[in-house]
Design a protein around this ligand. Structure first.
Ligand SMILES: Nc1ncnc2c1ncn2[C@@H]1O[C@H](COP(=O)(O)OP(=O)(O)OP(=O)(O)O)[C@@H](O)[C@H]1O
Ligand SMILES: [Mg+2]
Length: 338
C-alpha cells in the first residue's frame, strides 16, 4: 500500500480553484478502489463533491462508489445547529421568563464573527474522532487557504470561543458570567430567577452540567489537535497550479502549517499544459508555465511533488475522475515519505 494512503486522515488544501475537490476525489477513489473504507468530506460551502461525483451528497453520509462514502458539511447549517444547541442548553439553565433574553442574545451571536468557523470546526473535530473508528481513511477537501487548519490547530482558542457562547469565560464553576452575557448585574439575579430557586435544578447541579458541556468540548478540540499533528495519522497535501498567485498563497499556507506542526506530505502541481499540446499560443503559455514550474521546484524543494496535466475536459463524474486517479497512482509513491 502507498505510504500516503496508509494515513488515517488526509487533508487536501490550496488556493481557490486549483483542483482541491478534483484531487481529493481522485485520491478517495484510489483508496476505495484499493479496498479501503474511505470517507470523503467536503467543508466547502459550494457543495462541490456532488458536482464532481454527479450525485446529490449533502449533510449525511452518502455512498459514492464501492468502499467510498461522501459527506458535505455546510458551515452555515452547522452554525444554525450550533446556536440551537447552545440555546437549548442555556434554556435548561435559566428560568422561563429569561427565554426571550436568551433568544435575543443568541440571535446576535448567530451573526458574530467566528460563529461559522467554530461550528464548522466542532463538526470537523466530531467527524475526525467518530469517523476514524468506522473508516480506514478520511479525506478532507478543505475550503481555500489554511484557515481551517489554523483554527483546528488552536484548540484553546476554539474552546475559549465556544465557552464564550455559554458565557463561561473561566473554568471556575460559577454561573456569574452567564449573567454578564445576558446583561444583568448580580444584584438583579434573583429577580430574574437565574441563581434563585426559580427552576427545579439546584445551582450546584446546573453548574456542573455547564462544566461538563464545556469540558467535553475542550477535550474534543484537544483530541482533534492531537490527531492533526500526529504524522503517523495525518497528512496534509497542498494543491497548486503553475501560476503566480497560487505560489504566493501556498508559501504562506505552508509556513502556517509548519508553525502549527501539521505534517505536510507533499504537493500536487495540477493543471499543467499537456506535453503534446501544440500551437503558438500554447507555446507561449508553456514558456510562462515553465518559469513558474521552476519557481515551484525551487521554493518547495523540500516537499515531495507530483504533477498532473490539464485534461481536455472538465472533471465531472467518476469516469473522468478515474483519469486523474490513474495519473496520480503512478506517482503516489513519491508522497507521504517523511
Ligand atoms: N487536471 C485537470 N484537468 C482538467 N480540469 C481540471 C483539472 N483539475 C481541475 N479541473 C477543473 O478545474 C475546476 C476547478 O477544480 P476544483 O473544483 O477541483 O478546484 P477547487 O480547488 O476544489 O476549487 P474551489 O476552491 O472552488 O473549491 C473544475 O471545473 C475542475 O473540473
Ligand atoms: Mg472545491
Amino acid at each position: 500500500m502507498h505510504r500516503l494512503l496508509g494515513r488515517r486522515i488526509i487533508f487536501v488544501g490550496g488556493k481557490g480553484g486549483v483542483g482541491k475537490t478534483t484531487t481529493a476525489g481522485a485520491l478517495a477513489l484510489l483508496a476505495a478502489d484499493g479496498g479501503r473504507e474511505t470517507l470523503l468530506v467536503s467543508t466547502d460551502p459550494a457543495h462541490s463533491l456532488g458536482d464532481v461525483f454527479d450525485r446529490r451528497v449533502g449533510n449525511r453520509e452518502t455512498a459514492l462508489s464501492p468502499h467510498l462514502t461522501g459527506l458535505e458539511i455546510d458551515p452555515e447549517g452547522e452554525a444554525e445547529r450550533h446556536i440551537d444547541t447552545v440555546k437549548a442548553s442555556m434554556k435548561s439553565l435559566v428560568a422561563p421568563k429569561m427565554y426571550d433574553a436568551v433568544d435575543r442574545q443568541l440571535e446576535l451571536a448567530r451573526h458574530s464573527p467566528g460563529t461559522m468557523e467554530a461550528a464548522l470546526l466542532e463538526r470537523m473535530a466530531d467527524v475526525m474522532t467518530d469517523a476514524t473508528r468506522r473508516f480506514d481513511v478520511l479525506i478532507f477537501d478543505t475550503a481555500p487557504s489554511g484557515h481551517t487548519i489554523r483554527l483546528l490547530s488552536l484548540p484553546d482558542v476554539m474552546a475559549a470561543w465556544s465557552d464564550g457562547m455559554l458565557g463561561y469565560r473561566d473554568r471556575s464553576r460559577k454561573l456569574g458570567t452567564l449573567l454578564t452575557m445576558l446583561g444583568r448585574d448580580q444584584a438583579a439575579d434573583d429577580e430574574f430567577g437565574i441563581l434563585g430557586g426559580a427552576t427545579d435544578t439546584p445551582n450546584a447541579s446546573r453548574d456542573s452540567r455547564i462544566h461538563d458541556i464545556l469540558l467535553a468540548r475542550r477535550r474534543k478540540f484537544h483530541r482533534a489537535r492531537a490527531l492533526l499533528t500526529d504524522a503517523s495519522i495525518t497528512a496534509f497535501l497542498l494543491v497548486i497550479n503553475a501560476e503566480r498567485l497560487p505560489i504566493l498563497e501556498s508559501k504562506k499556507t505552508l509556513d502556517l502549517l509548519r508553525t502549527f506542526d501539521v505534517p505536510v506530505a507533499g504537493m500536487i502541481v495540477n493543471r499543467l499544459l499537456p506535453a503534446n499540446a501544440e500551437g503558438a499560443f500554447l507555446q507561449e503559455r508553456r514558456l510562462q508555465e515553465n518559469q513558474y514550474r521552476d519557481e515551484i521546484d525551487r521554493t518547495f524543494s523540500d516537499l515531495p511533488r507530483v504533477y498532473l496535466e490539464l485534461l481536455p475536459h472538465d472533471v465531472h463524474g467518476i469516469a473522468t475522475l478515474r483519469e486523474i486517479s490513474e495519473a496520480l497512482a503512478t506517482q503516489l509513491h513519491l508522497l507521504g515519505a517523511r
